[in-house]
Design a protein around this ligand. Sequence first.
Ligand SMILES: CC(=O)N[C@H]1[C@@H](OP(=O)(O)OP(=O)(O)OC[C@H]2O[C@@H](n3ccc(=O)[nH]c3=O)[C@H](O)[C@@H]2O)O[C@H](CO)[C@@H](O)[C@@H]1O
Length: 357
Amino acid sequence: MDNQSKTVVLTGGGTVGHVMLNKLLIPEFINKGYTPVYIGSKNGLEKEMISELNIAYKQISSGKLRRYLSLENVLDIFRVGKGVIDSFLHLRKIKPRFVFSKGGFVSVPVVIAARLLNIPVYIHESDLTPGLANKIAAKFATEIYVTFRITTQFLPENKTHFLGPVIRQDLRVDKSESGYQLTGFNHEKPVMLVMGGSQGARVINELIRSNIDILTKTHQIIHLCGKGNLDPSIDHNDYRQYEFVTSELAALLSIADIVVGRSGANAIFEYLLSKKPMILIPLPASQSRGDQIENARYFEQQRVATVINEDELNIDTLQQAIQYIDHHRVEMVGKMQQYKGGFTPLELVNRLTVARR
Ligand SMILES: CC(=O)N[C@H]1[C@@H](OP(=O)(O)OP(=O)(O)OC[C@H]2O[C@@H](n3ccc(=O)[nH]c3=O)[C@H](O)[C@@H]2O)O[C@H](CO)[C@@H](O)[C@@H]1O
């Protein structure tokens, strides 16, 4: 390890939730005079997301976590082993001050290799309970940062620190004017923002689109439907669809009166900080480890969200949830005041680079 090195390595991938924080931290590292290098997979979504930032990207072999029996799982053991060797060779050359890992399966070999080289490893967990990748990585980590206070129970006590959510700076400012300009919407009907997680959600997309006439009687709809999911056949005055927005998100969220979406941890905290009452439709346990169900139930108990299970999702349950929010809006928004937004990306970078190492 090199205490004086001005190079830092970031890793994490597989879904936007495992890359977005890194994307927010990288410009802050650069502003502070550090050189960030990313280690990711050969064809994961992190490669495309990080390429926009023009920093060095080192590829490693990586496996994938499958929830079913497959010969691929056996091959993946070898891929992960190769990933450790790839990471070891990269890290030995880069000599970073530390590795920051946001989780996802690609991060495991990087974290193991860093530990073998005695490079400090900091990991971050956004969800209520740690994912498998972070459970493994936790054993090798120097320090672990978590978004939820109760997550500290599931991780080694001596090195786990509660941090709260790290939210992008632009979502802290009201951008309603740009939101109305962008969409052409007005103040006559409330605005519903539909966001099916970072990749869109087919069931949610179908429900909204097949009930567009009913829903637009009462709402103007902004639909973030995920890459490749635009439906050009829909042309409706009160409906706008986008595959995936970046800087426009702040403006669109600003004009939303209600949000309908999946329950990835980052997205929920963004809604909370923007004080948007939310209807959460968690990714079911059949397609995940159930982390979104835990996130959603937690915020339902805090009375800032209402939840619909995907197997009960239909236009009737959606409308009941909308009515629930109409009746409890003031109480929900009041309870959201306690969420102050945790750290800014710059504050986290400051914490990671302080002189304690
Ligand atoms: C399928 C899967 O494994 N999902 C996981 C993934 O979700 P996912 O990748 O969907 O991550 P989150 O919901 O936590 O965050 C989505 C992020 O994408 C952003 N966004 C979304 C749409 C858009 O058009 N523009 C945009 O910028 C949101 O603002 C948010 O910051 O990571 C989360 C955090 O670990 C987990 O809780 C989820 O279970």
